[in-house]
Design a binder for this molecule. Structure first.
Ligand SMILES: CC(C)(COP(=O)(O)OP(=O)(O)OC[C@H]1O[C@@H](n2cnc3c(N)ncnc32)[C@H](O)[C@@H]1OP(=O)(O)O)[C@@H](O)C(=O)NCCC(=O)NCCS
Length: 155
């Protein structure tokens, strides 16, 4: 497994984020979307950096809306997948948010994205509904998943 350091993303990481983002999604987020998440006090943006080279290999963006945490974006560089990097990012996130967010964690994922659904299920997310035609590029449905909140004593 690639050894990674997890730390908050900063504006200087935007180039590396953009490169991974473009390789990860058919409709990637723009730079300004990431910049605005980085600036929001209600968002947590975490990066995984290769310990040897300090290169960004994956990231996660989560935002708190009222009393739930919304996983907005998780991506790992294609040549670094299946090494536990997304799992480490999400587990760190559960640690730093433990005890905050009464309703837990939620996300939307394309119904065809079996890789991501398998990852989320392994981490305790459960399917709770479908948003029809949620993705504007191909009108694909989104699966809505939820995970129960984590109390501070479980983290
Ligand atoms: C989804 C994604 C973030 C997973 O990142 P990752 O670092 O490879 O994930 P992990 O190594 O932590 O995987 C953990 C588990 O999730 C499941 N999983 C992840 N990728 C999988 C794949 N390609 N096929 C099947 N299961 C997969 C497996 O259970 C895996 O455990 P295992 O490797 O021991 O079998 C990555 O594939 C990615 O960036 N995809 C493109 C962007 C995307 O779709 N993001 C999610 C949008 S909602």
């Amino acid at each position: 497994m690639t050894e990674v350091e997890l730390r908050r993303l900063e504006l200087r990481d935007l180039n590396a984020i953009e490169e991974i983002e473009r390789s990860a999604y058919p409709t990637p987020w723009s730079r300004s979307m990431f910049a605005s998440e980085l600036a929001k006090p209600s968002s947590i943006c975490l990066g995984a950096f290769d310990l040897a080279s300090d290169e960004l290999v994956g990231y996660l963006v989560i935002s708190r809306y009222v009393d739930a945490w919304h996983v907005m974006n998780v991506a790992v560089a294609p040549d670094q997948r299946r090494r536990g990097i997304a799992t480490s990012l999400l587990e760190r996130l559960f640690e730093v948010t433990a005890g905050r967010g009464r309703r837990g964690y939620t996300l939307e994922v394309r119904v065809s994205n079996a890789d991501a659904i398998a990852l989320y299920e392994r981490l305790g997310f459960k399917p709770r509904g479908v948003r029809r035609g949620y993705y504007t590029d191909n009108r694909e449905d989104a699966l809505i998943m939820w995970k129960d909140p984590i109390s501070e004593s479980d983290a």
